[in-house]
Design a protein around this ligand. Structure first.
Ligand code: PAF
Length: 282
């Protein structure tokens, strides 16, 4: 695997691959890789010849007071894992390489409406930062396929919409959530948890599964179910963010007539903000 830090070098390497008829798969990440990320690499390899992973802790998607500075940066370990996963190129640019004119002069990509809901409401500006950096990565790499984890269900919707709206010739794929043996969704932010908090954290997935079971058993009082789940999470030790039963297509609050649902959840546990979701098909 070759690690590349500049756009110019990456583009010339990938132009040669493309000229040889290779299909290029992109796996954008912020590093501190876990098995969930590596499953994205494996999925990309199913339909592509050349896999490009990117590691860039994107300052544009962090709000004031969030964890930009303390976000774990573990390049050497990440490189080793990517080699073992069969990745061909790692693109690890600096902030200066990605935003040479500074963030205030950067063209921004704004996906309306869904960017303001849920995680976008809790983290103003977050999805503008994600949409902007992903658009830039698509322009730099020009992949045939790009793979993103379904843990960030809303992020995946935002990326699918920008790709469709801008007619970007990229096939966006979601990859199933990777979990530990107790159901906790794998996340770089799990590293912020103490051993005691790690025992509590699977409660987020438990609340999602319990709520899905209640819906499948016939309950349709969604707002009450949401409140019950929030209270269960608080009893477990979480601080509230959101727990929303929504429609898969537009992520707006679901009602009893909807059948394609997803439950989106976020909560604070110690120094970590954890997210998870579960799809419910009725
Ligand atoms: O999901 C992430 O790790 C990031 O939001 C992404 C897609 C790499 C953009 O910075």
């Amino acid at each position: 695997m070759k690690t590349v830090h500049t756009i110019t070098e990456l583009r010339s390497l990938l132009a040669a691959e493309r000229a040889n008829g290779k299909r290029i798969g992109l796996v954008p990440t912020m590093g501190n890789l876990h098995d969930g990320h590596l499953s994205l690499v494996h999925q990309a390899a199913e339909s592509c010849d050349i896999i490009v992973a990117t590691i860039f802790v994107n300052p544009l998607q962090f709000g004031a007071g969030e964890d930009l500075e303390r976000y774990p940066r573990t390049l050497a370990q990440d490189q080793q894992k990517l080699v073992e996963a069969g990745c061909h190129y790692l693109f690890a640019p600096s902030d200066q390489e990605m935003y040479p004119n500074g963030r205030d002069n950067q063209t921004e990509v704004i996906v309306p409406k869904i960017s303001l809901l849920h995680c976008g409401a809790s983290r103003p500006g977050h999805f503008e930062g994600v949409a902007t950096v992903v658009s830039k990565l698509f322009g730099i790499v020009q992949p045939d396929v790009a793979v993103f984890g379904e843990k960030d269900f809303q992020q995946l919707q935002v990326i699918r919409q920008l790709t469709a709206d801008l007619y970007l010739p990229v096939e966006v794929q979601g990859a199933p959530i990777a979990r530990d043996s107790r159901g906790l969704a794998l996340s770089s932010r799990n590293g912020y948890l103490t051993p005691e908090e790690l025992d509590i954290a699977p409660a987020l997935n438990t609340a999602l599964r319990d709520t899905r079971a209640a819906i499948q058993a016939g309950r349709r009082d969604f707002r009450t179910l949401e409140e019950e789940a929030q209270q269960a999470l608080e009893r477990a030790g979480f601080q509230r963010d959101f727990f929303n039963i929504v429609r898969q297509n537009d992520l707006l609050a679901a009602d009893e007539n909807d059948s394609q649902l997803v439950i989106l959840a976020a909560g604070h546990l110690g120094r970590a903000r954890l997210i998870d979701n579960i799809v419910v098909e009725l």
